[in-house]
Structures are given as C-alpha cells and as structure tokens.
Design a protein around this ligand. Structure first.
Ligand code: GTP
Ligand code: MG
Length: 198
C-alpha cells in the first residue's frame, strides 16, 4: 500500500486511517495492458507507485493506493489486474475475472469505477462483459479512452463516435486520456472527486 498525495501536492505521508473510518475508493479497470497502472501513477504524481509493463498481465494483485486531495480528504485509488488477456490460460483468466468481479461486488466504499478502453479497436467482448457487470451491480462507472496520444487528431472524433455508438453511450461522456501527455487529467480528477465526495 502506497501512501502519498494527489494532483498538485507533493507526496505527504499520512497516518493510516483507523479501520473504523470509511475511505471511499475509485477503481481503475480494463483489459490487460490498457494503461491502468500508468494512469494511476499519473493521477497520484508518482512515476512508479504502481508497476507498469509492456507485457500484458503485469498487475496480478489488487493494490490500494491511499491518497489525499487538495482539501486533505483521504481516499484510495485501486489498481485492478487486467482482464481478457488472451495469452493467459482459460482457467487463469476465469480465476482473474472472478477475483475482479468479487472485488467489485463486495466493496462498500467503492464509489466509481473508471473503465479504461482502447477506442482504436472495436469494443471487445471482455469490455462489454465488464460494462454489463457494472450495470448489474449498480456501480457508477465512466468509460475512458487511454493512450489517446497514439491517435491522430483527424481520426479522434470518428473513433469516439463509433465506439460510443457501439456501447450505446453518449460520445461526450467518454473521457480522453493519455498518461504520456497528461491529457484528461483535470477532467478525470473532477469526475473522481465528484463521485467520491459529493
Ligand atoms: P496490466 O497490469 O497488465 O493489466 O496492464 P495495465 O493496464 O496496468 O497497463 P500499464 O500501465 O502497465 O501500461 C501498459 C503499457 O502501455 C506500458 O508499456 C505503458 O508504458 C504503455 N502506456 C500506458 N499508458 C500510455 C499512454 O497514455 N500512452 C502511451 N503511448 N503508452 C501508454
Ligand atoms: Mg497494471
């Protein structure tokens, strides 16, 4: 568990909240290699709080990162393992998705799931399955496109529109993010704080 700060604060060590205190949490979910751990690092201003890798399937545990916002409100960001990694054996994939589903179904303090997707490809079955599960569990979630630095400006609008239509969401609700350029950080931060503290 990493204890640090959020956004524009320098990392500050906090005392661990007592177990009676409820710390609201926001989780990052998505397919393997979509950029969950990188995004978490960007959001808490630590280059390597969460381990990232070129190899899909890097994150295998559920890691909670305790952070605080500019008003010193404490919450956790949760780095989930990726799902839908085709090279993993079917039984391991099942084990992994059960593990994630169990987490999602059992966290009372979970306020928001940020579902990271790659809009350069059509919605994958695993992503549609994740959206169905979140809806079924009645968990608030928002869909965010990662690695948008890899998309040409001229192609963006059509990609977002096509993706949004395929998953039946409004294109405006899909956040555009890049851990490389920092794009979308403010918008994601606002959405997270809104879900966590309002
Ligand atoms: P798993 O833990 O395996 O599920 O992966 P993950 O979703 O945590 O992905 P991770 O953050 O480890 O990133 C995977 C790869 O994508 C790494 O090589 C990152 O450097 C790269 N990456 C992540 N975010 C971005 C981004 O915004 N832009 C670009 N160009 N590359 C990115
Ligand atoms: Mg990861």
């Amino acid at each position: 568990e990493f204890i640090g700060s959020f956004a524009d604060h320098v990392p500050v060590v906090l005392s661990k909240p007592s177990s009676s205190e409820v710390v609201p949490e926001v989780a990052f979910a998505g397919r393997s290699n979509v950029g969950k751990s990188s995004l978490l690092n960007m959001m808490c201003k630590r280059k390597s709080a969460a381990r990232t890798s070129k190899t899909p399937g890097r994150t295998q545990n559920i890691n909670l990162f305790l952070v605080k916002d500019l008003k010193a409100r404490v919450y956790s960001m949760v780095d989930l393992p990726g799902y839908g990694f085709a090279k993993m054996s079917k039984s391991l994939q099942k084990q992994s998705s059960d593990f994630i589903a169990n987490y999602l179904a059992s966290r009372e303090a979970l306020r928001l799931v940020v579902l990271l997707v790659d809009i350069r490809v059509p919605p994958q079955d695993a992503d549609i399955g994740a959206m169905d599960l979140l809806a079924e569990l009645d968990l608030p979630f928002l869909v965010a496109a990662t690695k948008v630095d890899k998309i040409r400006a001229s192609e963006r609008a059509a990609l977002v529109k096509g993706y949004a239509e395929a998953v039946r969401l409004d294109a405006e609700t899909i956040l555009m993010l890049s851990s490389q350029t920092g794009e979308g950080k403010q918008a994601l931060q606002a959405a997270m704080l809104d879900a966590l503290f309002s």
